[in-house]
Design a protein around this ligand. Structure first.
Ligand SMILES: Cc1cc2nc3c(=O)[nH]c(=O)nc-3n(C[C@H](O)[C@H](O)[C@H](O)COP(=O)(O)O)c2cc1C
Length: 390
């Protein structure tokens, strides 16, 4: 990993290591893939106005969240099928998060199990639920997460239907797989990846295996997961999951302030403002652009978190200035896991951590509680325009 200095370097190294079919699965958006750019650009439209003559000789980026203090204001978002990129990647992500004292959210389509997560990162592992059509399965997963002692359940709500990922269709990464000779030959040109894949075999959705007949193949379990997910989900389900889960309960994928208010009224502890890394609705706005309205609508009634498009430490700080308490990264740490396993995830975390530290120094911010809209030029311009109008 020598020579890697930022997340984009990790991205390019991951691209070299993976066959196109796998890299496209990480990288891809939906349809025209406008959303990918929209997410990253939304951060860049904000400029931070530095304050000087402030003592920033020590800078503290520790961040309280749900009764714990994490070492940084970011965590690892849930990313499914991680062991396709490197065998064992889910638990490498979990172990790196524990070492770095940041939260890790295990995906509802992970390739390791809730119970394994609780062994590797008992205090840092959260579980993300993809609700199943069969309600008993969701209820059982919630009970398993509780029995395993996990602190936080994250319900992803932005998959009402499976999304239109055209890269996957072109690559034949469909159900059933339709791999062309070209795709197979291209995979052969990535021996490092291929060796791991052949040793491991097709990744297994371990959390779902108990609900399929004993001894079912990874393919059979994957077909079962596809048939159970994108399940119809309404606020009534939120209410019933809230009743069932006794600890911190988060909804991931809220983008509208009315939905945020409704979540707060149902006793949800936090929301992740997210467009799933532009992997669901290509014309969705970026979370950064809807965050201020959501912040104004819910105030302190629940904890605001955000993901989608975070590639730099300054992106995390921008989200915090706009009212988020915490951010999550999906692709950044997945590139790290692909390139260097647990050490690669640690590399990604350290890159972001260092960028946050240096940016805090640059803007005159010794600790995160100093952050707010005053640091943002765009916010200030909008205030100024509002004042002119009134
Ligand atoms: C390869 C991949 C798999 C993902 N799998 C899931 C998943 O299983 N559950 C989920 O809620 N979000 C999933 N996401 C979305 C992430 O949790 C997160 O919202 C997104 O990656 C954030 O955007 P970023 O990648 O720009 O940081 C996935 C994202 C990627 C890139």
């Amino acid at each position: 990993m020598d020579g890697i200095v930022n997340v984009d370097d990790l991205r390019r190294a991951a691209k070299r290591r993976l066959p196109k079919i796998a890299f496209d699965f990480i990288e891809g958006g939906v349809e025209d893939e406008d959303g990918l750019n929209v997410n990253e650009q939304a951060f860049r439209q904000h400029r931070l106005v530095p304050r000087y003559l402030v003592d920033v000789s020590t800078r503290d980026q520790s961040a309280p969240l749900f009764g714990r203090t994490y070492a940084s204001p970011f965590g690892i978002a849930p990313t499914g099928l991680a062991s396709l990129f490197r065998p064992g990647a889910d638990l490498m992500l979990a172990a790196a998060a524990r070492e770095a004292n940041v939260p890790f959210i295990m995906s509802g389509s992970s390739t390791a199990s809730i119970e394994d997560l609780a062994k590797v990162a008992p205090d840092h592992g959260w579980y993300q639920l993809y609700a199943a059509r069969d309600k008993k399965i969701s209820e059982d997963m919630i009970r398993r997460a509780e029995a395993a002692g996990l602190s936080t359940l994250v319900l992803t709500v932005d998959v009402p239907v499976h999304s239109n990922r055209e890269r996957n269709q072109r690559n034949g990464f469909t159900r059933p797989l339709k791999l062309s000779w070209g795709t197979k030959l291209e995979a052969l040109r990535h021996p490092g990846w291929l060796a791991g894949y052949l040793k491991q075999g097709t990744p297994m959705f371990s959390n779902w295996a108990p609900y399929v007949e004993k001894g079912a193949s990874a393919d059979a379990v994957a077909a079962f997961v596809a048939s159970q997910t994108a399940a119809p989900l309404t606020w009534r389900d939120v209410e019933s999951f809230r009743r069932l889960w006794p600890r911190k309960f988060v909804i991931k994928g809220i983008m509208h302030s009315d939905d945020a208010v409704r979540a707060a009224s149902l006793g949800v502890d936090g929301i992740m403002v997210s467009n799933h890394g532009a992997r669901q609705l290509d014309r969705a706005p970026s979370p950064v652009d809807v965050l201020p309205a959501i912040r104004d609508a819910v105030g302190d009634r629940l904890t605001l978190m955000l993901d989608s498009g975070v590639r730099r430490g300054v992106d995390a700080l921008t989200a915090l200035c706009l009212g988020a308490k915490f951010v999550f990264v999906g692709r950044a740490t997945l590139y790290g896991a692909t390139v260097g396993g647990q050490a690669g995830v640690t590399k990604a975390i350290n890159i972001l951590r260092r960028e946050i530290d240096l940016t805090m120094g640059q803007i005159g911010c010794p600790s995160l509680d100093h952050l707010g809209p005053d640091f943002l030029l765009r916010e200030r311009e909008e205030d100024w325009r509002r004042n002119q109008r009134s």
